[in-house]
Design a protein around this ligand. Structure first.
Ligand code: GLA
Length: 664
């Protein structure tokens, strides 16, 4: 459709040009801008045809381009082709509107395979040419991501972008949606015992444990070999009393029975110095409620942990994060006032009228309670911290009945006096020594975002788990969802994890969650595909990460509970050997993690980090195995065909094949 006007050839309104391509067939040139660019996403503003994202002429390193699409990272466009397209060409770069700022990466995926990768491009850098052969291709993805931490100034141009097609015009489409398929089978009516097989505690402190068991209640519980001083309520499965005074290993056998069947399992109480001999499992309010918390919220969360079945799958801790204390300088009558009483004892704010009554409520259900503070004068959110009151505050938390402490660096920076290793360790060692001498077992969660390679020394200062990165909820989405970047960083430190000392990649943000970038926005469904959610939980299980959910406990749906409560996935996380999965292989497109289990089996995750479904394979030599293996699909809780030498499975975009292999 070439129109002659004024002696010149002009592109028709839809921008189609006819040309002769190699091979002699006629092809049309279709500018990217003639597609429905409202289907293209942008991290800021909206995509513009023949203009930059700010509505100015497209310009890269001083060169202007008459056509193209201006967008902003992160940006994705899915295009459907009929297999008759031949080429996609463009010049890409950071738009000059970013004034030499910005750092972005352009990628083109054809049927899921990466066919162009600009690598990181900085503002002011000349445009890079894109020339992708589209022969036979049906799905194209144009992707722009930030190649540094934030998305500020990431103005991205697909300049002169066009398709050469011999058949139908390319069509911009929405990202294909994935149905929410629940893979986890519903727990059967017969009792099935789960949760940790080992429990660490210190001599003589209070003992509390609710036996994790699925199946139709009422279930009758019994325990053989219980040490003196611990008693079991046979109807609830809650054990209470005092830890044995003598260090040692006390092997108890739990039994659970109902009209449908029975189950039996050993549980070893290890009395000594170690706590959290398996990764802590629970819930924390931060990523859904932020400062909007009260005593009632935690009572409701404890109720929901029981009624949802999460406690039956092994979840135990109901943890308060920041914002429960007084906020110095606040005008809010509920938050203001003096942070401490005349004796220096820390006071909760008015939304928490009686902390002891709150932990009593949680403990009555057999669950445990967690609390939060900072070694600094203030917490991250500006509430009163423990600075210069560490011992008194720790004793206060113990008196109130807390079982878990998250200790968050934050405003400690203002009083640290240095940032070398000694200064980084000082506040954590101080609190670690205090906690070890308390009359109560308190799991110690270090939160200082990985500074000074905390994985190398967190255990030496008494830590049971330590955050290895910044906040997961603040990680901007790039090509992969944030949890993959945090998870990939955490995965590198696998050799440091062991029983009682875990790498912590932060909370599980699925189901309905808040927005850490905007505390006031309403919590909403996490922006993750079903496959990404399976990938998230599998990765956390394989990495022996604390399993702390931080979504809305009052809006748990069956899909979310299926992800959180698959007992065979949790079994991998809670394995007493306490190894974090080793990275077997990692590339832009694939990740293989393998976790040795106490019974000699191997849990393996085959992750597809690419943009389309693809087969992912792993060989026995990579896994350091030989001989035939029995293979079990952990999400579906189903045996697969045995495999020998190698295993390959189709894996969804950003999803996982999560399996466990036993010698035959
Ligand atoms: C930091 C921590 C978060 C949360 C907030 C509370 O950002 O990393 O996990 O505790 O502080 O203010």
């Amino acid at each position: 459709m070439v129109h002659a006007r004024g002696g010149r050839y002009l592109v028709a309104a839809v921008g189609l040009v006819l040309g002769l391509v190699a091979g002699g067939s006629w092809a049309e040139t279709v500018p990217l801008g003639s597609l429905d660019v409202t289907k293209m996403t942008a991290g800021w503003g909206s995509p513009q045809v023949n203009q930059s994202v700010t509505g100015k002429p497209i310009s890269i390193a001083g060169k202007t381009f008459a056509s193209g699409v201006g967008t902003h990272a992160p940006s994705v466009l899915h295009v459907e082709l009929d297999g008759q397209a031949t080429r996609f060409t463009a010049s890409v770069g950071v738009d000059d509107g970013a004034e030499k700022n910005g750092s972005i990466r352009f990628e083109v995926f054809a049927d899921g395979r990466r066919r162009f990768d600009s690598g990181p491009m900085q503002g002011g850098e000349p445009a890079k040419p894109v020339d992708v052969d589209l022969t036979g291709v049906r799905g194209l993805i144009l992707l722009v991501t930030s190649s540094d931490y934030g998305i500020d100034h990431d103005h991205a141009d697909w300049a002169d972008a066009a398709f050469e097609v011999a058949g139908a015009k390319p069509v911009a489409v929405d990202r294909p949606s994935e149905p929410e398929v629940i893979l986890t089978p519903k727990p059967g009516p017969a009792p099935r015992l789960g949760g940790p097989r080992v429990h660490g505690c210190r001599p003589g402190r209070p003992f509390l444990y609710r036996i994790a068991c699925t199946g139709t209640r009422p279930i009758r519980f019994s325990a053989k070999g219980l040490p003196d001083g611990i008693t079991l309520d046979p109807d609830t499965g809650i054990l209470r009393g005092a830890n044995p005074a003598e260090p040692g290993r006390y092997v108890v056998t739990f039994q659970a029975a109902n009209d449908h069947g029975k189950d039996e399992r050993t549980f070893t109480i290890v009395v000594g110095d170690g706590l959290a001999l398996t990764p802590p499992m629970g819930w924390n309010h931060w990523y859904t409620y932020y400062a909007d918390i009260s005593d009632q919220l935690f009572r409701d969360a404890a109720d929901a942990m029981i009624s949802s079945g999460m406690a039956d799958a092994g979840y135990q801790y109901v943890n308060i994060d920041d914002c429960w204390m007084v906020k110095p300088g606040s005008n809010d009558p509920e938050l203001g006032g003096s942070p401490r009483d005349v004796d220096g004892v820390l006071r909760p704010n008015k939304r928490f009228p009686d902390m002891k009554a709150l932990t009593d409520y949680i403990h009555a259900k057999g669950l445990k309670a967690g609390i939060y503070t900072s070694p600094g004068p203030l917490t991250c959110a500006g509430y009163a911290g423990a600075y210069e009151h560490e011992k008194l505050d720790a004793q206060t938390f113990a008196d109130w009945g807390f079982d878990f402490l998250k200790y968050d660096w934050c405003h400690y920076a203002s009083v640290a006096g240095g940032d070398d290793l000694e200064h980084l360790q000082k506040p954590y060692k101080k609190m670690g020594d205090i906690l070890a001498r308390l009359d109560r077992d308190m799991v110690y969660n270090l939160c200082q975002y990985g500074m000074g390679d905390v994985w190398k020394w967190g255990g030496q200062v008494g830590g049971n788990c330590w955050r290895t990165t910044g906040d997961l909820g603040l990680r901007p989405a790039a090509r992969l969802p944030g949890f993959y970047y945090i998870g990939l960083a955490n995965a590198q430190h696998y050799q440091y994890a062991k029983p009682g000392q875990w790498n912590d990649p932060d909370y599980i943000l699925i189901g309905v969650v808040g927005n850490a970038l905007d505390f006031r926005s309403q919590p909403k469904k996490a922006d993750l595909t079903p496959s990404e959610q399976y990938g998230y939980m599998s990765m956390w299980c394989l990495m022996a990460a604390p399993l702390i959910y931080s979504g809305d406990m009052s809006r748990l749906d069956d899909f979310t509970l299926g992800i959180l409560c698959n007992v065979e996935a949790i079994e991998v996380n809670q394995d007493p050997l306490g190894k974090q999965a080793r990275i077997v292989r990692q590339s832009d497109d694939e990740l293989i993690l393998a976790k040795p289990m106490e019974d000699g089996s191997l849990a393996v995750g085959l992750f597809n980090l690419g943009e389309a479904p693809r087969p992912v394979a792993v060989s026995w030599s990579e896994l350091k195995l030989d001989g035939p293996r029995r293979v079990r699909d952990l999400w579906r809780q189903k045996d697969l065909d045995d495999a020998d030498g190698r295993l390959e499975a189709p894996v969804n975009r950003h999803g996982v094949h999560f399996i466990r292999l036993w010698a035959k």
